[in-house]
Design a protein around this ligand. Structure first.
Ligand SMILES: *Cc1c(COP(=O)(O)O)cnc(C)c1O
Length: 401
């Protein structure tokens, strides 16, 4: 397989030509059940007619205008995101990492605008993933991603996930914010305990810090709420979202309160493409669907159904599935054999899933997944587990004999 694409991904030799809802059709005509969704991006599945119509209609008007002018579609999307959340203001980006960059810059600028420029440090957590730019890599703190790229951007203090005492000890005169994913996605679908999140909010209030949530993966309905913070009973000051916001069109956003964003005045930040009319039209169309009464109820119902069925599978295949965890339709199967083996077996069953940290296989079906498709997924996972269990049993016996 020769390719002129920079080989930063260890790609599977498989390409898709088109998709329909929860299904992807490969270039060799096979139908795959898509439980990856571009890693939580295609929230409404593939080729959703409403999104296709919105994109096509906007494509015939204006694709791009400069942020030097008002963009009504963007003002409307910002208004709706604020209406549906804690936020008062929105900066649009093209990706999750850029939304996170805005959040990080905003936190630093906030402290500086308050006369405390020395408070630029941000507390982050082990297992985090915030993106691949230099600052977001430093925030994520994963050694394997930082290796060879020079000194990491300064200003991040990483602590064990869920360790409140460590947070209390780490807050110092240079601390300005705390950054966390309410559910770690790449880190292995690790759900932050609610008391921990609430305690972080308290600490932030007590010490004049901003609480930043990275909801790039959890946002826009993935966890069964529009945003994962909703079930916590607290609100962040700043929140990055992206993946599902464009349903497959690249768009991200940094949401904030008026107070948290007070340093971000004209000229302090920008993006050429961020918030262009095409992206904004699609973002509005995604919200039209996700905010329809009953849509998120159905997501919660599907999530419950899938989780119940997965719990049964776990009981039956204890030698393959160690744990089922997650929130809503962000589900992790912690595997007993290497997670990659289960991903491969599932792909052999024409079902695509994605590995995460902590030896977890992530299941990220589209939010529109049907009960029949859930049943189909469970049957495929069942068969993949059976095969994998047999293979390992065989290997063990070979080893013993
Ligand atoms: C995917 C992801 C990012 C990075 O988003 P990109 O669009 O790849 O830059 C940041 N944070 C979280 C939690 C993510 O899942």
């Amino acid at each position: 397989m020769t390719s002129h694409v920079l080989p930063t991904y260890a790609r599977v030799d498989l390409a898709f030509e088109r998709g329909e809802g929860a299904w992807l059709i490969s270039t060799d005509g096979e139908r795959y059940l898509d439980f990856t969704c571009g890693v939580a991006v295609n929230a409404l599945g593939h080729a959703h007619p409403y999104l296709v119509a919105a994109l096509t209609a906007q494509a015939q008007k204006a694709w791009h205008v400069s942020n030097l002018y008002r963009i009504p579609e963007g003002e409307r999307l910002a208004e709706r995101l604020c209406e549906a959340s804690f936020a008062d203001t929105v900066f649009f980006t093209n990706s999750g990492a850029e939304a996170m960059e805005c959040a990080i810059k905003m936190a630093r600028k906030y402290q500086s605008a308050n006369g405390k420029p020395e408070r630029f440090r941000i507390i982050t957590f082990e297992g985090a993933f915030h993106g691949r730019t230099l600052a977001t890599l430093a925030a994520g703190g994963q050694k394997k991603y930082l290796e060879g790229f020079g000194p990491p951007v300064d200003g991040f203090d990483q602590l064990p996930f869920g360790d409140l005492d460590a947070v209390k000890r780490a807050i110092g005169p240079a601390t300005g914010a705390i950054l966390i994913e309410p559910v770690q996605g790449e880190g292995g679908v690790r759900v932050a305990p609610l008391p921990f999140l609430r305690a972080l909010r308290q600490l932030c209030d007590q010490h004049g810090l901003l609480l930043l949530f990275d909801e790039v993966q959890t946002g826009i309905g993935r966890t069964g709420d529009l945003f994962a913070y909703e079930r916590t009973g607290i609100t962040p000051d700043v929140m990055a979202i992206a993946k599902a916001l464009g349903g497959g069109f690249p768009v991200g956003a940094c949401l904030a309160t008026t107070e948290a964003s007070k340093g971000m005045t004209a000229g302090t930040h920008g993006s050429t493409f961020g918030g262009n009319p095409l992206a904004m039209a699609v973002g509005n169309a995604v919200l039209d669907v996700v905010l329809k009464p009953g849509f998120l109820d159905r997501v919660r119902h599907s999530a419950l159904l899938l989780k119940q069925r997965l719990a049964e599978l776990k009981d039956r295949h204890a030698s393959v599935i160690a744990e089922v965890r997650g929130e809503g339709l962000l589900i992790g199967l912690r595997a007993v054999p290497p997670a990659g083996e289960l991903v491969d077996e599932l792909r052999a069953e024409k079902m695509i899933t994605v590995a995460a940290g902590d030896n977890v296989v992530r299941l990220l079906p589209p939010l529109i997944v049907s009960e029949d498709e859930i049943a189909e997924a469970v049957a495929r996972i069942d068969r993949a587990c059976t095969r994998l269990a047999r293979a390992h049993e065989f290997a063990r016996k070979q080893g013993a004999g």
